[in-house]
Design a protein around this ligand. Structure first.
Ligand SMILES: *Cc1c(COP(=O)(O)O)cnc(C)c1O
Length: 496
């Protein structure tokens, strides 16, 4: 049965999956949501015998119903190949009584690769299906990891250009070096004087600028988004939860139908929303443990029913979660409002106008699948160190936030069922903070620290880090947060 996609802010005018992928964001500023959540149509037993690619097909075919089998299989084959450093694509590691689902084995060593390896193929296929002749301009705001993963995915992809905005002082040195050394004549990386929310708000404003869209259409361009608001990112993220569950079953760790918990280090609410969709598709998940860092706007929201971004923005050691406006939460709000676009639109208007909104007690009751908590900076560092001392396993700072929050959950509830912790980045992406947690201040540079970390963990320095040691900086443009539109126009005026 065909699935169509509605905007979270206006009733009517549903679009096909390929149209939703092409547009990224609906014209009214809303996010696209499937008109129903499909049920998994394969048993856990069947799934447990499948490769990652086969599992991806079984999950994604249920959502991208206007793609032919051939189109979808082709996208999947191009995405989940030797770009990943393990055939398992998303391996599980057991440490200290939890299962770490390692989502960082792709080209840029963060979980964003899981979806951004396939998004360019979904997008160019969608363009072909819809007879789009314009060049597609990917506009992306990044808190560090999306940018590089999107650049790697779209570099030199025919018929596309990509522009990435990142907070100039808000990403790790390795994250920045990864981005500013990006090759590909269709790539453009810009630092902004502002934080991630400024970058994201600026990008959303450009998307909503109808005059600009018309002007660019004349020049043969149209925008799309590689941010996690794109349904083409959300759907591929559902896959690894299904895959991990089937693996746990296959390894005899759980019985068929046994419920597990999933803990996710959360920023824009994309990854955990994918787990929530997986649960609604029938995957036996008990609790979704939403872990925040000191930017604990989501913890407060789950505790009080009020979402309030009016607070100080904290720069933490888990920068990919330094976010006060979690865009994908809008999809959850829409759902708990009874798929009511009007209610959701009002709340989002409150958020825009006052920086806060309050949900009704009935809506709050629909949130029992979620548990929210947060980790302070010191707790995150302590978690990295104690896990290493206990087991030899080294996690990055983001994963440590989830690990810490999972321990809090376990202590509070006594619930000791099997738990998956989404492990979202390689510790090599955040060597400064990781090594500081393990050994204290050292005064060494990030690359020297990477070598030390390798000695300590016994895991070789990943290629993604090695290859940027000596790479030349190819992007050094910095602009104010109010100059993003001009910056985009300048780049599009260039002949490639
Ligand atoms: C993006 C990111 C997150 C947050 O994921 P969301 O889907 O935005 O909630 C967590 N950890 C890492 C390493 C990331 O790159």
């Amino acid at each position: 049965m065909e699935i169509l996609y509605n905007s979270t802010r206006t009733k009517g005018n549903p679009v096909t999956a390929s149209q939703a992928i092409l547009k990224g964001l609906s014209d009214d500023g809303g996010l696209f949501v499937p008109d129903r959540i499909p049920a998994l149509d394969k048993s856990v037993k069947e799934l447990s015998g499948m490769s990652y690619a086969q599992t991806a097909y079984e999950v994604m075919k249920l959502y991208l119903t206007d793609f032919t089998k051939e189109e979808l299989m082709d996208c999947i084959a191009k995405a989940y190949d030797s770009k990943f450093d393990t055939e398992e694509i998303a391996p599980l590691r057991e440490a200290d009584g939890a299962f770490y689902l390692e989502l960082f084995h792709g080209a840029t060593i963060a979980f964003k690769d899981m979806a951004l390896s396939i998004l360019p193929h979904l997008l160019t296929t969608s363009a072909r299906k819809n007879h789009v002749e314009n060049e597609i301009v990917i506009l992306t705001a990044t808190s560090g990891d999306t940018g590089k993963a999107a650049l790697a995915g779209f570099a030199d992809v025919e018929g596309t250009r990509i522009i990435v905005f990142y907070p100039k002082n808000g990403v790790s040195p390795i994250q920045e070096k990864q981005m500013v050394t990006q090759k590909g004549k269709n790539t453009y990386v810009v630092g902004i004087r502002g934080n991630f929310d400024d970058a994201q708000t600026g990008v959303k404003r450009i998307f909503g600028d109808k005059e600009l869209a018309a002007q660019l259409n004349e020049k043969g361009f149209q925008f799309s988004s590689a941010n996690s608001i794109n349904i083409g990112r959300l759907v591929p993220q559902i896959v690894y939860y299904v895959y991990a569950y089937a693996r746990l079953y296959g390894q005899g760790r759980i019985k068929d139908g046994e419920k597990i918990n999933v803990a996710v280090p959360t920023g824009n609410f994309g990854n955990i929303l994918a787990a929530f969709y997986a649960k609604q598709m029938g995957l036996p998940i008990h609790r979704l443990i939403c872990a925040s860092n000191e930017n604990k706007v989501l913890f407060d929201f789950f505790a009080s029913g009020t979402y309030d971004r009016n607070r100080e923005f904290v720069l933490t050691s888990s920068p990919s979660m330094d976010i006060l406006i979690s865009s994908n939460l809008e999809r959850l709000i829409y759902q708990i409002a009874g798929n009511d676009a009007d209610t959701n639109a009002e709340l989002m208007e409150d958020l825009k106008r006052e920086g806060r909104y309050e949900i009704t007690p009935d809506m709050q009751k629909a949130l029992t699948d979620f548990y929210g908590n947060y980790a302070k900076e010191q707790e995150t560092a302590d978690t990295i160190r104690s896990l290493y001392e206990k087991t030899g396993y080294v996690t990055d700072t983001h994963t440590a936030v989830a690990s810490c929050v999972y321990q809090k959950y376990r202590q509070e509830t006594g619930d000791d069922r099997v738990t998956l912790i989404a492990s979202t980045a390689s510790p090599y992406k955040f060597t400064g903070s990781v090594m500081k947690a393990l050994c204290g201040e050292s005064g060494l540079g990030d690359f020297e620290l990477a070598d030390r970390l390798s000695q300590l963990s016994g895991i070789p320095v990943p290629a993604a880090v090695d290859e940027i040691r000596e790479a030349p900086v190819l992007h050094d443009h910095v602009c104010g947060k109010d100059e993003m539109k001009q910056t985009v126009l300048q780049f599009l005026d260039r002949k490639l």
